[in-house]
Design a protein around this ligand. Structure first.
Ligand code: ADE
Ligand code: ZN
Length: 326
């Protein structure tokens, strides 16, 4: 089988995926029409054309604006359903899905609106396609820690449906240590922890995420290569990095995919995984990310298989379930 065929055929896990980042221009358009919202775009194509970013912040500005079309339970159901249908098409059999409550609660859209929509679509996908999933509730790091505490409290009726808490949004200037106390409380309540670190920010943020937030894995983490002692630590402890190559290219973390360090990190023995991040904004789902590694970096079949295995190893699945996938 060709490598492209293998990329499609292998059952895969996705560990770093923002559900708000799966909002397709077509769905944004149709939801805007449904709610009588005037978008700052003339057509679906104009939305796609606007997706040109110079850095993380330039993306976040459009991403938060786009989420404004998500108003009622049905919208969140359709959003999740679209993503899960794409999982089925890509042979993603397990997804650990991030959501940003504060993006919605600050617009007056509460947990009782988005959670039922998400859960209905997740349950249907499990029944129809056997796709398993976990939810990761992310705190927006550009907001104060007190807002994250409020969010953790508001989520209480839904705790049984949420596996982990995470940290996302504008990284530089918002170090992990800003969220020390809320992560401690989340850990005490039984949540696993993840954090975006070393996407645009320095390796020191990765160290803080590990030492201060006690995260189970690091989202992105590509800047670890600048700190050899940290790289050795990530390798020795086999801490998963959820790397998103196409995202790094679109947000100008790298100038060219040929420069991406993912295969260097893999060959150095780190537990790196491949993920889409925000597929609708970065023009690339999980399969497209793997295809880019084949095309631009000459990924081999052995490297592909290891990356796919790492996706399950780094997941929050129970060990016995992981073993069935590996
Ligand atoms: N939210 C959605 N995508 C993100 C990313 N790549 N980095 C930080 N926050 C995000
Ligand atoms: Zn992300």
């Amino acid at each position: 089988m060709s490598l492209s065929g293998l990329i499609r055929a292998l059952p895969k896990a996705e560990l770093h995926l923002h559900i708000e980042g799966t909002l397709t221009p077509e769905r944004m358009w149709s939801l805007a029409q449904r709610h009588g919202i005037t978008l700052p775009y003339e057509s679906v194509d104009a939305i796609t054309d606007a997706y040109q970013f110079s850095d993380l912040q330039s993306f976040l500005d459009l991403y938060y604006q786009g989420a404004d079309v998500l108003r009622d339970e049905q919208d969140f159901y359709l959003l999740m359903q679209d993503y899960l249908a794409s999982c089925n098409a890509q042979n993603i059999v397990h997804a650990e899905i991030m959501f940003d409550p504060q993006t919605h609660t600050k617009r007056g859209v509460g947990f009782d609106v988005f959670m039922p929509g998400f859960l209905k679509a997740l349950e249907e996908a499990k029944q129809m396609w056997g796709i398993t999933s976990t939810l990761i509730m992310c705190f927006l790091r550009d907001l104060p820690e007190s807002d994250a505490f409020d969010t953790l409290a508001q989520a209480e009726p839904w705790y049984e449906h949420i596996t982990a808490v995470g940290l996302d949004s504008a990284e530089v200037g918002n170090p992990p240590e800003k969220f020390t106390d809320v992560f401690a409380q989340a850990r005490a309540r039984g949540f696993k922890c993840v954090a975006h670190a070393g996407e645009e920010g320095p390796p020191e943020y990765i160290v803080q995420a590990l030492d201060v937030l006690h995260v189970n894995r690091i989202d992105h983490g590509v800047k670890c290569e600048l700190a050899p002692a940290l790289m050795a630590r990530l390798r020795d402890k086999q801490i998963a990095l959820t790397v998103c190559p196409q995202s790094n290219l679109k947000l100008c973390v790298i100038d060219d995919m040929a420069q991406h360090n993912i295969l260097r990190l893999l060959d150095a023995g780190l537990l790196v995984t491949v993920n889409a991040d925000d597929p609708s904004y970065f023009d690339g789902d999980l399969v497209a990310n793997f295809m880019a590694l084949e095309r631009e970096l000459g990924m081999t079949a052995a490297q592909l298989r290891q990356l796919v295995i790492n996706g399950f190893t780094g997941s929050f699945l129970p060990e016995a379930v992981k073993a069935r996938h590996i």
